[in-house]
Design a binder for this molecule. Structure first.
Ligand SMILES: [Zn+2]
Ligand SMILES: [Zn+2]
Length: 399
């Protein structure tokens, strides 16, 4: 009776623990948020923006649990997730009409169109780049999954995970907070370093950063460069539109003030209304995007994901926020490559395979590097190993 009771307690704990694992990427605790503010570049605007995102995702998750109860509602739920994307595209279409048709200044349009193309191209790549999951050797068999679920103690579960990872020759540097190998009960796989389970996409994703409702995709290893470029080009685009439509904004206000002061009956044309709102919307979005863009530039310079900024990755020696920091130059090269022209357009330049990562050898000197580390030491972009030109089978450890 006691055994059965302790077994059920362990199973309940395991279940709860798994729930926490699933939720941890998206809903950091207050304590985590407090920790993250220590020495981090976090403004009030960023926190506001993040809290809005977290609230949106949290409500989306609640809605999903309600709607996916019936399979027929799954389709409806999937459609709802595209609402923010449709909103952005509708706004861009309207601003295109206002700027190109109503304003129509040829010299301005020569710069406007390349910026628009780069912005939409980055946005498209962020949305539709397939997310990269753990390679097949990280997934375990049903029998092994049952063994883990039915483990009586945490030590027993830890021993099983160590045995499985050794048998599959997996190189893992990070650990769960209880010291065991990180495991996803939902996907039934051992999590590679920096991988996390996305509870919106319902799968484990390599170098998981966050799930972005504005792109309806997981920002992760496969599309992180595209996401940063999307923010970059969107910010430049908004700033350019705001700067070039400022003159029309001032004209609009002069007309309005003349009406108020002199009783002038001149009513601003509909075109001037459009340009007034184009300026207003571009300034508003430009300011919002800039905080997120510079925050992600900071994270890239530190080689840190959004989750890792909330909760430091745990190595065998303990938590270490700077564990993957190789210096800002190498950190940027890991994502953007070494060629400037290739770095600023949304083409694949991210190095590595998303599974193996170099660590800061000064901070984690005693830690063994993976024997099959694919990150090349030279600076030649031709040697970049990209998931975009390889099949899943090819994303196995390299030579
Ligand atoms: Zn998972
Ligand atoms: Zn996701």
């Amino acid at each position: 009776m006691n055994n059965r009771s302790s077994s059920s307690t362990v199973l309940t704990n395991l279940h709860q623990e798994n729930e926490n694992l699933v939720l941890e990427p998206l809903l950091p605790s207050n304590q985590d948020i407090e920790q993250s503010t220590n020495g981090l570049l976090e403004s009030e605007e960023q926190r506001d923006f993040q809290s809005v995102c977290f609230t949106y995702i949290s409500r989306l998750r609640n809605l999903r649990s309600l709607m996916t109860a019936r399979p027929s509602r799954q389709c409806c739920y999937d459609s709802l997730k595209w609402i923010p994307v449709i909103f952005i595209l509708a706004l861009v279409t309207w601003s295109y009409y206002a700027y190109v048709v109503q304003m129509c200044i040829l010299i301005y349009l020569c710069i406007y169109h390349p910026l628009l193309i780069l912005f939409l191209w980055s946005y498209y790549r962020t949305m539709f780049q397939p997310t990269v999951g753990p390679p097949k050797e990280f997934y375990i068999s049903d029998i092994e999954g049952q063994q883990i679920k039915s483990a009586q103690t945490i030590d027993e579960r830890r021993a099983i995970l160590v045995r499985i990872s050794r048998q599959a020759n997996l190189s893992l540097l990070t650990r769960h907070f209880d010291g065991s190998i990180r495991y996803c009960f939902v996907c039934q796989c051992i999590k590679p370093d920096r991988a996390h389970h996305c509870s919106i996409c319902e799968k484990c994703v390599l170098r998981y950063d966050h799930h972005c409702p504005w792109t309806n995709s997981c920002v992760s290893y496969g599309n992180y460069k595209f996401f940063v470029l999307f923010l970059c080009w969107a910010w430049i685009f908004c700033t350019y539109v705001a700067a070039t439509s400022l003159e029309y904004f001032i004209q609009f206000w002069k007309i309005v003030s003349n009406i108020e002061k002199n009783g002038d009956n001149t009513v601003p044309s509909s075109g001037k209304f459009h340009l007034f709102f184009v300026f207003f919307v571009s300034i508003m979005f430009g300011i919002s995007i800039s905080s997120l863009f510079f925050y992600h530039l900071y994270l890239t310079g530190k080689n840190r994901t959004t989750i890792e900024s909330f909760r430091a990755p745990i190595f065998e020696s303990g938590p270490q926020k700077e564990g993957f920091n190789l210096g800002w130059k190498r950190n940027f090269q890991e994502i953007f490559g070494t060629k400037f022209f290739k770095a600023i357009i949304p083409i694949p330049t991210t190095r590595g395979d998303g599974v193996h990562y170099q660590v800061n050898s000064i901070l984690l000197g005693g830690l063994q590097q993976p024997t099959t580390n694919p990150i090349r030491s030279n600076d030649n972009d031709n040697n970049i190993i990209s998931p975009f030109i390889r099949s899943d089978a090819d994303i196995l450890p390299f030579e």
